[in-house]
Design a binder for this molecule. Sequence first.
Ligand code: ADP
Length: 413
Amino acid sequence: MSSSANRLLLLLPTTTYRTEAFVEAATKLGVELVCASERPSTLEHLAPDSLVTLDFADPRASAETIARFAARRPIHAVVPVDDQTTVVAAAISQRLGLKSNSLPAAAIARDKHAMRRCLAEAGVPVPRFRLVRLSDDPAARAEEVDYPCVLKPLALSASRGVIRANDAREFVAAFHRIAAILENVEARLPDEARQALLVEQFIAGHEVALEGLLVGGTLHVLAIFDKPDPLDGPFFEETIYVTPSRLPEPAQACIAAVTRDACSALGLTEGPIHAELRLNERGPFVLEVAARSIGGLCSRTLTFGTGLSLEELILSHALGRPLQSLERERRAAGVMMIPIPRAGRLASVHGADEATAVDGVEEVAITMHPGQEVVPLPEGWQYLGFIFARADTPDAVEQALRQAHARLHFAIE
Ligand code: ADP
């Protein structure tokens, strides 16, 4: 590859946690970044060759904007960092003739109803589901479903608006709560995603997340994370992720196989995927396959080969550079996404030093600042921060994360 094929467009929603990790990776790899965001940066006029404003909700217009830009300064790869930008990334890549997921595949993976339909048709195990319109009478719909069920928006993430209902009364309450969330959501969603929600059978079981990289249609499993906290609702707060998984090898192989089938059914072929599955006596069920890498700061748990970060792998792959190793380091690692216990204003945070001192804990990153309004699930989507740990075993990692969390105190007024 000529050294000039080196300019990469990074699609960074203003709300993302992922900027620092990708910028750091680009610096290490000597990649020239062009960063696009949906709000104009105050610095844009100073750096017109590296900062661009795009309307992520309008893939076609974004593709045209970048095509004009690229006529002047060629772009060699496009990387979306979050759910909000996967479709626009595919549209831009298609317009520029770059290798990427197809636009239909990216769009299906971004719409929970379209994804369910596609996977079910292909015989990939998913929960039973149905679409409910916000114009429907919730009391009537509530009589037609089996309980427990889960109601969720079609295109939000981080478990935002995902609510379990055990009976018709809870169904109606969840319906109204999600309708209110969709009314107030700041992200620009497609019309369909504002006017309907998905109702699914609740799948009991052990939940895992699979981080993978698709290269020419082949899925490479980078890591399987256990989520050891019970996720039984009514809201589904993600807390602890630990890798490697403690599930028996055959169960992990089965999870990888089902995720592979899901990627082929969706037509995803290039770049990172983040999948969530539940495993019970009936086998694995796919809850989600997103065409992006792991969210928040969680990728800090992953190191490959001789110390490469996940973002370095993603950028290298996008630019068509050779990938040295997709092998994760041998040590167990984990993260706790620190949940928001209740709504209010964050007054102060104590105990970060004590938490960092726990054996195995590498870092405590508090990402919300005093004075900030904090909103718990199901309306919120942020975390108070992240705790990272590494140890010889997954059990030790999990214990370290729990001990560290117990030492933290968040005063919320
Ligand atoms: P998001 O994309 O916002 O993360 P998901 O559809 O992945 O939304 O759901 C978030 C979480 O809610 C899942 O990780 C899981 O814990 C729980 N959940 C979602 N759907 C179901 C289901 N059908 N059965 C059981 N749990 C579910």
